[in-house]
Design a protein around this ligand. Structure first.
Ligand SMILES: NC(=O)c1ccc[n+]([C@@H]2O[C@H](COP(=O)([O-])OP(=O)(O)OC[C@H]3O[C@@H](n4cnc5c(N)ncnc54)[C@H](O)[C@@H]3O)[C@@H](O)[C@H]2O)c1
Length: 359
């Protein structure tokens, strides 16, 4: 039995708890949050045995085998290195760090301690994207040529309630590392582009700004457009992101909708939804040879991607294999995201820095 401790019991922690309710091989054993009342309430809700008063107490508990770091981004690096030194396996939420130097130190600390470091990212476990990958690997669209993702962020009547403190740190680059849409949320999209098409080499981006509500003075980092190449320019990806506070999106979670069109030499795969949906179409469709096939029954509930991500790590630890998302892969995705931001800042094409080991 793997005992897991959550560090940070904010908005996303509820979806992390789900996976542990579905496996007999691990349990949510303890929780810690800077806000002790929040930690106590969550421990009760999830049936966790221990509530810790400090992070050091978590690391000092010999019963804890895995630490799930679910805190704002600027804390990920130091917490991961400390957890590795304490001999704990680590799952750290995306993006793993604010810069590549910090990411390298995290990977090195885990290697040195001989513990597993997994950078948590749920999009690559979302069943419609898994289905898209299966179709690509089965050769259904021929050779993939272009990845085209359209992201629409708005408001949702049934959307999650997100506490003010969960928003606040995302608007401060010192705690978030970048903007809420292109760095925080954007990480998922960069990760997905790598999952489906491989590692890009060069990136161009333009990132604009929109007030979150008219008159608020608070800016989100959209509209934005990013494009990149793979394999020295034979294949490419494009992502365009729009935020508008007037666009109603049907969702039970975040009011983000993403439509993916993946074109190959012989066909096209469409993934028509994500946390929210705009269209009444099957989650996945395949066009080939004049025929469109709809995959109506692919599970499209967003929380399923969290359960699958959690179970992958639990299984990896039980079997002694690498998790699907390693620290090294988290570093690659971060390098991609940072290259896009560098390009937007400098107004020119940026190469992705995979570091001496990954080049
Ligand atoms: N799709 C996804 O996978 C997804 C969605 C949302 C958030 N996230 C990621 O999850 C992480 C947390 O995001 P969130 O939305 O839950 O944020 P949040 O602000 O809602 O929660 C963060 C929690 O950390 C606590 N905290 C802050 N400093 C701490 C410290 N020093 N020690 C212990 N606890 C501390 C806060 O009190 C809060 O409860 C981020 O990395 C974010 O990018 C991922």
């Amino acid at each position: 039995m793997l005992n897991v401790a959550f560090v940070g019991c904010g908005r996303i922690s509820d979806l992390h708890a789900l996976g542990y309710q579905r496996t007999p091989e691990a349990r949510l054993y303890g929780v810690y949050d800077l806000d002790p009342a929040r930690a106590r309430a969550k421990a009760e809700e999830w049936g966790a045995t221990k509530v810790y008063r400090t992070f050091e107490e978590v690391l000092g508990d010999p019963a804890v085998g895995l630490v799930e770091i679910l805190t704002p981004h600027h804390l990920h690096g130091a917490m991961t290195v400390a957890a590795a030194k304490a001999g704990k396996h680590i799952s750290v939420q995306k993006p793993m760090a604010l810069d590549l130097g910090e990411a390298d130190r995290m990977v090195a600390a885990a290697r040195q301690a001989g513990v597993v470091l997994r950078v948590y990212e749920n999009f690559v476990f979302y069943p419609p994207y898994i289905k898209a990958r299966e179709l690509i690997l089965a050769g259904e669209i021929g050779e993939p040529v272009s990845f085209n993702l359209r992201v629409r962020t708005g408001v949702g009547k049934r959307a999650w309630s997100i506490p003010g403190d969960s928003w606040a740190w995302r608007f401060d680059p010192a705690t978030c590392g970048g903007g809420p849409l292109m760095f925080d949320h954007g990480y998922h999209n960069f990760s997905l582009a790598m999952f489906l098409m491989g590692r890009p080499d060069k990136v161009s981006a333009w990132i604009g700004a929109t007030e979150i509500f008219p008159g608020s003075g608070l800016l989100v980092d959209a509209p934005a457009a990013v494009w990149w190449t793979y394999g020295g320019g034979q294949r490419f990806g494009v992502m365009d992101v729009v935020y508008t506070s007037d666009l109603a999106i049907d969702t039970e979670h975040y009011a983000d909708e993403a439509r993916l069109e993946l074109t190959g030499t012989r066909g096209v795969v469409f993934v028509n939804r994500m946390t929210g949906k705009l269209q009444n179409r099957a989650p996945v469709e395949l066009y080939r040879d004049g025929v469109t096939t709809s995959f109506e029954h692919v599970p499209a509930a967003w929380e399923e991607s969290f359960v699958a991500a959690t179970l992958d790590l639990v299984e990896a630890l039980a079997q002694g294999r690498e998790p699907s998302l390693t620290g090294e892969r988290g570093r690659d995705v971060l390098a991609f995201a940072l290259a896009a931001h560098r390009s937007a800042r400098e107004g020119r094409v940026a190469a992705v820095d995979y570091g001496p080991e990954g080049a």
